[in-house]
Design a protein around this ligand. Sequence first.
Ligand SMILES: [Zn+2]
Length: 190
Amino acid sequence: MFRNNMRRLEYTVRMTCKLIFGMSQTLVLNASYEPLNITSWRRAVILMIKGKAESLEEDQSYSIHCGQKLPTVIRLRYYVKVPFRDVSLTRKNILLRDNNSCQYCNHKGSDLSIDHVLPRSRGGTDKWENVTTACLRCNVQKGNRTPEEANMPLRRKPYRPLSNLNFEATRQIDSGKHKEWSKYVIGIAA
Ligand SMILES: [Zn+2]
């Protein structure tokens, strides 16, 4: 009986660890500190053990081995050349960049539209830095004005995403899961 209970407890602990650690992800930076990709903590630890990466940020609440804390940001010791991939300016990608939320009032819903920060009628162009996600209400309220004129400050300045990694990193930072990533990802205000 006692043994069975112990076994069950051990199993629960093991599964909980697996669940927590399994969900935990690590941001991988190039030797130049540019974000490269997001990987599992297991792969991050392997890179560290092999001497290929160093840990920059750690989750202090989890120890993995010999006092080593769970790495949440690592940096490669060698430089990896990455070809530049332009992210196309589409409605879907703009919404993704803006975490599917109105950049004026933070509303999330199906009534999201694309707003030109400097209105098109006043020379505003279709470029990443001039388009933002706005709910219909805010879009109508802002009308033919700039955010300053309408006294509607943007929650985040529109930026050109460097890669799809930006989207995923933004999503995780916004969800509160990996706030410590924000200082390494360009275009994201902490
Ligand atoms: Zn809004």
